[in-house]
Design a protein around this ligand. Sequence first.
Ligand code: SF4
Ligand code: SF4
Length: 459
Amino acid sequence: MSKSKQLIIIDEELCTGCGRCKDVCPVDAISGIHGEPHKIDSSRCIFCGQCVQTCSAYSSILDEPETPRADKLRERGMFQSTTEPLFAAYCAGDVFEISDALKSDKFTMVQCAPAVRVSIGEDFGMKAGSLTPGKMAAALRRLGFNKVYDTNFAADLTIMEEGNELLSRVKNNGTLPMFTSCCPAWVRYMELNYPDLLPHLSSCKSPQQMSGALFKTYGADINGKQRTEIYSVAVMPCTCKKFESARPEMSMEGHRDVDAVLTTRELAYMIREAGIDFESLPDEDFDKPLGTYSGAGNIFGVTGGVMEAALRTAYELVSGEPVPETDLIFVRGEEGFRIASMTMGEQTFKIAVVAGLTNVAPLLEKVRAGNAEVDFVEVMCCPSGCISGGGQPKVLLPTERDEVYRCRKESMYSHDKNSKIRKSHENPDVQKAYTEFLGEPLGHTSHKLLHTVFGKQDA
Ligand code: SF4
Ligand code: SF4
């Protein structure tokens, strides 16, 4: 995504002014009078894409809007073959740039976020929550990617870094509570609205950015390539991931860690454009080592998942004993704000899980006042976590939304349950990456590649 390109847009020709987008926007970035086209204030927008998910005003493929459909598709960065209707609220696409890179002599590496594998099948008529990691890997290979890796590997790595960061803050009287930093919309919200509380954010890059940084260093070494030869793509359920990957601090020596991001829906357009029959693809594995993952890495895609993954590892780090139950049911749930505690050896940690930014402000006010009484907080912007992200297949009927999200969520947990390895620190390729390349969590190389500094943003 170029800096100048607008990311989340409302097409004034198609907008009916129903106000549904305004109702779901967590930061009041949308204005407009009922019945008239609405507008987004991009200086407030956190690019979460919830307005895109909820907008149901469209011109169908049979209508010819005032501006020809072909022009609108081009403006939106969508293939002419796209069969879905043109919705009023949309996210600008990047399929052309990525198609060009696949035709070039670049060495292309792709990563897939956990929430994509439980939703992309829906775009090909499969039932809600169909779990398709193998078909997704096969489709990406057919599209021409040289290496098909998995963001879940870096989710496991995030747990190693973030878990150790939390323990180090506790031990050394560091800033607490510590907040997770893997949701870029949440990070932008903090930067725009609570810059004084930024020291509370974990310094960990998100799994997307950790993957990208590793692709162009460790991954380059493994594949015998130079950093400059690699083009790195991320497939994400989230529109804000496009913004995150373009942040100047997410690059090294002028090379972006992640060159381009495809949403789940955009990957579906590319698969269709290439004439690939998704449903009949065989199940293929992700490439190793940057595609090996644990069940804990996978549940990052659902609200409470990062916390659960972190607690599975933190328990063993702190107590030196196996966690008695791998399924930490007490952090799961639907409520927008959940609070719990867990005793590990001699210590008890108080934790909170927040889903949906409208639920976080009361806690932030407590943190400001110095009486929050929690140690570690997971925040995700979207209502059910990444499974309900702005780049996911659209669920047009609001009445069906809860059921679809429930199916995606169940699918995530069953993928975890059926994984042979369910704790991030037991991922053998993560262990190998530390031995061969990274050294130790929070060590020099890890710090340089996997951590960052978040700063106040004006717009
Ligand atoms: S963008 Fe869509 S949801 Fe928002 S007011 Fe226009 S038609 Fe309604
Ligand atoms: S992308 Fe999110 S923050 Fe931006 S206008 Fe839409 S709902 Fe609001």
